[in-house]
Design a protein around this ligand. Sequence first.
Ligand code: BGO
Length: 423
Amino acid sequence: MYRIAVAGNPNSGKTCLFNQLTGSSQRVGNYPGVTVEFVIGESRFEKEKVQIIDLPGTYSLTAYSQEELVARNYVVEEQPDVIVNVVDASNLERNLYLTAQLLELRVPVVIALNMVDVAEKKGHSIDVAMLSAILGVEVVKTVAHRATGINDLKDACLKTIRNNIIPKPLTYTHELGLVLPQLESVIAADTEFCGRFPTRWVALKLLEDDEVILAKLKGHQHTEKRAEIEDVLSRAKTKIHAHSNEDPATAVAEARYGFAGGAAREVTRLSETGRRFLTDSIDRIVCNRFLGPIILAAVVFVLFTVVFRCANAEWLPLLHGEWISPTGIVVLLFDGLSHLATTYIPIPVLQSLICDGLIGGVGGVMEFVPLIFFMFLFIAMLEDSGYIARIAFIMDRALRAFGLQGKSVLAMIVSGGLGAGGN
Ligand code: BGO
């Protein structure tokens, strides 16, 4: 039985495509040792029985989040026969950033170029043959929610598996080209260190200070070999810094952005009737290097204001023409409980335990529920609008300086909002 893994950015149509490939035969499981869930299904491609695994939706394959670790470990350790990388054709550049990292893993990949209907509405026509030539893998146009291109995708998967099509190594920037061969050769000479991972990928991860790969290096049994790799790595980092004036992790990320941007520009043509679509213009503004962060600050300000108002302003009708806030309802409820406990519990110690300890403690926490509810409601609306994905994209470079990723901004917004709400 062939095993196929489906990978892609969130909102690229991955679930939709997975459902089209598997029909109704699905079950949910957990990756060993982690809480990240996956869905697994079975199907037939021609006469071949296939098992299809839906990997977590990710923008990248770093070691920062469990989802990304799970996705990359699955690809390397389980070695599925082919990875179907779902790429949103209407946001090609952003999606190709993940593609570049899958190709770095030198595993068989087929691109499902999804949402081509949206791209065409924007006036974008994508040259599939050219994209396939640049990436060195099969590329198939799909419109997942209408099941368009699914049979072609199945054929491309079988072709890739049967012909064992492995993507060529990507060529990145001049600076990386200067240091990668030596780093790769010292890694390749050492079969014990990161045995299953491709050497080019391990070299890039070392330059990126990837925690997992660095930990493997630190735990290396042979101190001489470890010292040799560390020495070559340190010289490679110095060289990159001298050539680009950037830290190596940023240089690697920039190289991938460069590859993704270059490939997207090369294969995308504005059709003759192509008008600049509204979202395209919005993207240009909200993803702009300078305007993006200012707009983000404004959006966060509005988000906090609306969330606090919804949770704390008195807009719900109470009795006798009075109004109350959602937080006020929770306070009222727990005050009522406390009042009941004071009235009906005669023993002072027990009364204090119930009123101050139990009701007071739980009530204090429950007061946050309206705030949390509205925070997540509005964050979900932002996610649906596609703005969260854009925040992750525009903040990625800036946050890398602190060892974080663009999407960490979301956690900062939520925790900042809840923290501020608590004061
Ligand atoms: C909703 N074309 C278009 N136009 N839309 C697509 C395509 C495509 O090729 N493929 C998927 N979609 P997921 P992830 C929705 O759910 O598979 C749509 O995160 C809605 N839902 O139908 O969930 C797909 O798994 C209400 O849209 O993505 C889905 O990768 C109104 O893209 C969305 C409009 O697909 C995300 C859309 C209640």
